[in-house]
Design a protein around this ligand. Structure first.
Ligand code: UD1
Length: 324
């Protein structure tokens, strides 16, 4: 198949591109390299352009693709609170432009990279896809609006979509050739690995008075390769004529911040400075996916459902990270 991947040079996109190439597909990546890297796309064709450049986008999409997979987005929650319009322009506005070109070119399948942030702070222990959408920050809202445009467009014409709502994506490819390489890291496992390697002074735990087993927040950490494979399975389902679907992507169990920190210290073989500070704004106590639908409908079987494995891969990547 011929697949167009926006944001394919970034962290999650590059792992999906790798799985697509391994499955024998012809992949074109469309990326402005603002946070992505040329080396991350492997053998895929790379078009370096802005998503907001409608002319270039229309020219590329018009070449004819079996599916578009859309990853390009800003993803830093606190930044989205400080600069909401930046998020609505890039995440929502540019998705609108992309959908217009997809409609004009008659691309039959669209896979969208969404987030657990669309659920906000749900009062349930396991979040399934029926949980009401109630984002509490512009990042989550920008993704929720994109979902809605896609769903409405698909209802109006013959487009089939897949929406994947990611919980906390972490880890790196086990062979060490790709991983998370964003310039300013905010995600817990990456930050903790950097603290272990002495690249920052230590780690701050944001809040230790949550109603959880040890007072720190619980998250459902999913290995990026398991997540990438879910995309390929969803793509196969849609291209074969399957119905449009929405799936939560997580393992169905979570770890506290302290458990993550302990695991990073164990993998590193040494403790590093950790201090507790106040809660960070907008952090729900616990976010854990009910991923039953993904497992039963698509037959998704994760290979790396183990925190220590996720941390080992993230740590190895961080130690030998490419600078390119
Ligand atoms: C958030 C979004 C998620 C999104 C991701 C993208 C929400 C609810 N979740 O994940 O959908 O895909 O950002 O950026 O908006 N922590 C520390 N110290 C640190 C870093 C993190 O204690 O230095 C804690 C946080 O308070 C949190 C947990 O670790 O409890 C995970 O944080 P993080 O890795 O930033 O991800 P989320 O905020 O859960």
């Amino acid at each position: 198949m011929r697949i167009l991947v926006t944001g394919g040079a970034g962290y999650i996109g590059s792992h999906v591109v790798h799985e697509l190439l391994t499955a024998g597909h012809a992949v074109t990546v469309y990326d402005n390299l603002s946070t992505g890297h040329e080396w991350a796309v492997g053998e895929a064709e790379l078009v370096v352009a802005e998503l907001g450049d409608r002319q270039t986008l229309a020219r590329v999409v018009a070449r004819g693709f079996d599916a578009v997979m859309h990853f390009a987005a800003h993803i830093v929650v606190p930044e989205s609170v400080a600069e909401p319009l930046k998020y609505y322009r890039n995440n929502t506005g540019n998705t609108l432009g992309l959908l217009e070109t997809v409609k004009a070119a008659g691309v039959p399948v669209f896979v969208f990279s969404s987030t657990a942030a669309v659920y906000g702070m749900p009062d349930v222990s396991l979040i399934d896809e029926q949980t009401p959408l109630a984002p509490i920050n512009p990042y989550g809202a920008s993704k929720m609006m994109s979902e809605r445009m896609l769903i409405d467009l698909a209802a109006a014409q013959s487009l089939r979509y897949g929406i994947l709502r990611y919980f906390n994506v972490a880890g790196a490819h086990p062979d060490g050739h790709i991983g998370q390489s964003t310039p300013v890291a905010t995600h817990l496992i990456k930050v903790a690995c950097q603290a272990a390697l002495g690249r920052r002074d230590g780690l701050a735990i944001f809040g230790s008075d949550y109603p959880t087993r040890d007072g720190t927040c619980i998250r459902d950490y999913i290995h990026v390769v398991d997540l990438a494979r879910a995309h390929v399975q969803l793509l196969d389902h849609l291209v074969a004529g399957g119905d449009s679907r929405i799936y939560n992507c997580g393992y169905g169990h979570g770890y506290t911040v302290r458990e993550v920190v302990d695991t990073v210290q164990r993998v590193h073989g040494q403790a590093f400075p950790v201090h507790e500070i106040d809660r960070r704004d907008g952090d729900p106590a616990a976010l854990v996916a009910d991923s039953t639908r993904l497992r039963t409908e698509l037959g998704w079987q994760p290979e790396y459902d183990d925190l220590e494995t996720i941390v080992r891969h993230a740590y190895r990547w961080e130690r030998g990270e490419r600078s390119g």
